[in-house]
Design a protein around this ligand. Structure first.
Ligand SMILES: C[S@@+](CC[C@H](N)C(=O)[O-])C[C@H]1O[C@@H](n2cnc3c(N)ncnc32)[C@H](O)[C@@H]1O
Length: 272
């Protein structure tokens, strides 16, 4: 067992949610029958000083769902890399995602963007690579857009991020990316409308130590996906099949059922 002191983490609000996604990915990856291979995430959870179990005391279904969501992005990134093996991937609101190590083909370039407190944590906690750059900035501003090498193909991902922005901020982000990188691809996920109401009750503590999810603002459905400025070839991506009746049989059907699918979290791809 490592004798190194654990990494202290003191995040609140939206940045704290990166620990939720990390924890559930690691939970899934630690299983013998894991759908997601993510040893870097498993190692990170062991090294971070944070009451994961007490804060995120939800059922194990979340772990599988989180892994399937991550795999949906991974598959699309691998597809991009098959065509652009030396391309650049920009991961917006990257948190402690360990996707770089999951999809790395040893040729790609990777740029992670997150707020200063999170970028500092990534720099402290994760291995360095000369093909990976960390940018400490808010995606609301333009700073992160400077100096990106898009000469060998560019893919932008926004995983678990846009629902925390206002609609005008999301549209502004798409507009700025479309202006700067015509032809680039973008992947993102969006929550359905009910998630906005479910997370609206803010303030106050929960009765136990568990985390109250921060309020989400931007929701989307197929119509909103097409209303996003500067994009074409908009398509919904579907998670791979998982284990058990829910994730192997029911979810794949629901994902394609017209009335139901608008009420599920969805992953999308488009081109500027
Ligand atoms: C739910 S976490 C998702 C982390 C990671 N993408 C994942 O899927 O595990 C949301 C992330 O968005 C980041 N974030 C929120 N607002 C941001 C902003 N304006 N600019 C950059 N990052 C932001 C948070 O710091 C946090 O890391």
């Amino acid at each position: 067992m490592s004798q190194e002191p654990k990494i202290p983490v003191d995040l609140t609000g939206v940045p704290e949610t990166l620990l939720w996604t990390l924890f559930f990915r690691a939970q899934e990856a630690a299983r013998p029958d894991a759908l997601l291979q993510d040893p870097v995430a498993v190692d990170l959870v062991e090294r971070i000083d944070y009451p994961f179990e007490a804060r995120f005391n939800q059922g194990s279904g979340w772990a599988q769902w989180q892994a399937l969501r991550a795999l949906t992005f991974d598959q699309a990134i691998r597809g991009f890399l098959a065509e652009h093996p030396e391309g650049t991937v920009i991961s917006l609101g990257e948190g402690l995602e360990t996707q770089f190590w999951r999809v790395d083909n040893e040729r790609l370039r990777w740029v992670g963007v997150d707020l200063p407190e999170v970028s500092g944590l990534r720099n402290q906690a994760l291995p360095v690579s000369d093909r990976r750059t960390q940018v400490s900035a808010s995606i609301i501003e333009d700073v992160w857009m400077r100096g990106i090498d898009d000469s060998k193909g560019l893919l932008i991902t926004a995983q678990g991020l846009l629902m925390y922005l206002q609609r005008n901020q999301v549209h502004d982000l798409f507009r700025r990316c479309a202006q700067r990188w015509p032809g680039a691809q973008i992947l993102w996920d969006g929550v359905p409308r009910w998630a906005i109401f479910a997370t609206a009750k803010q303030g106050g503590a929960t009765e136990d130590a568990s985390m109250r999810p921060p309020a989400m603002s931007w929701w989307m459905d197929g119509r909103e996906a097409k209303a996003l400025p500067g994009v074409g070839q908009v398509r919904r991506l579907h998670p791979p099949k998982g284990r058990g009746m829910l994730f192997s049989r029911v979810l794949p059907v629901l994902e394609r059922a017209p009335l139901v699918r608008a009420n599920l979290l969805s992953v999308w791809s488009a081109r500027f």
